[in-house]
Design a binder for this molecule. Structure first.
Ligand code: ZN
Length: 281
């Protein structure tokens, strides 16, 4: 069984258990934001990264953004959950040969591990992790410039190049909900900056995007802060009873830009109220 909650972002995310093996919660939490927008979280008791995944349903096909941190369906039955949710949606909105695009916020292992579960799925395309696969699938020949669009049928996403945390990272904007899916580029937690120049340009690109488009919330892929400003859960924590909400807003993006100006590319860990900025050597 899994939890199925409904309605906006009024949700309590399951965040592990004092003893992982006694955790009674399902491997995957499914939150129904609205009937065609689902937010999934991998249970922290299955993998400490506890990434968030997003399933967006259009009239002709769905987009699954990320596949989590665990490959084995016995521990992380992502394919089954996605198939059930798509079937549930198709009962209300029948469509023959309904498609699925499996794409990623970026290619790190904790966001791509269950790609293999979709290998034999009919009407399914899985976008490769490398930069070439990402730019050719979405149509971004001038990467990291330009914005592409992905039409799911009556629902269009903007795809914005987002390198810096990882070279092929992309940020997705859902025009229907106004959500901006920021991957590991911005979330309430540890922001690892691999390429500070590329990352800063990405933040500037996202700020410019937010000026021109209605962005309601920024949704990243992890929560690693506590509700006390500046206080984090250390990497590897498997029980986080005191998490802040997942969603952020364009003000957090501005705070991140100020942090980048202040730290001026200095390697190390820089602590801020809503995130820790780790600039790699
Ligand atoms: Zn990452």
């Amino acid at each position: 069984m899994r939890q199925r909650q409904r309605g906006g972002l009024d949700v309590r995310w399951h965040a592990g258990w004092p003893s992982a093996k006694h955790d009674p919660a399902p491997d995957i939490q499914v939150h129904v934001y609205d009937e065609s927008t689902l937010i999934l979280r991998q249970n922290m008791s299955v993998h400490f990264e506890a990434p968030f995944l997003f399933l967006l349903l259009g009239e002709r096909r769905a987009l699954l953004l990320d596949t989590g941190a665990t490959a084995d369906p016995a521990h992380f039955p992502l394919r089954r959950v996605v198939d059930e949710e798509v079937a549930r949606w198709l009962e209300l909105h029948p469509c023959p040969s309904y498609g699925l695009v499996v794409a990623h916020t970026h290619g790190h292992r904790d966001h791509t591990a269950a790609d293999g579960q979709f290998a034999d799925r009919p009407h399914t395309v899985t976008v490769g992790r490398g930069l070439g696969a990402v730019t050719s699938f979405f149509g971004l020949p001038r990467w990291p410039e330009g914005v592409a669009s992905l039409d799911l049928g009556g629902r269009v996403l903007d795809v914005i190049p987002g390198p810096g945390h990882e070279p092929a990272a992309a940020v997705f904007h859902d025009r229907r909900t106004g959500m901006l899916f920021t991957g590991d580029t911005l979330y309430p937690g540890h922001l690892y900056v691999q390429d500070v120049a590329a990352y800063t340009a990405t933040v500037d690109r996202l700020l410019a995007f937010c000026e021109r488009h209605p962005v309601t919330q920024l949704l990243g892929c992890h929560i690693e802060m506590t509700t006390t400003p500046g206080d984090d859960y250390p990497r590897g924590t498997t029980h986080q009873p005191d998490e802040p909400p997942l969603e952020m807003n364009p003000g957090h993006l501005r705070a991140l830009r100020r942090a980048l100006t202040e730290t001026a590319g200095r390697p190390g860990t820089h602590r801020y109220a809503d995130f820790l900025l780790h600039i790699e050597e």
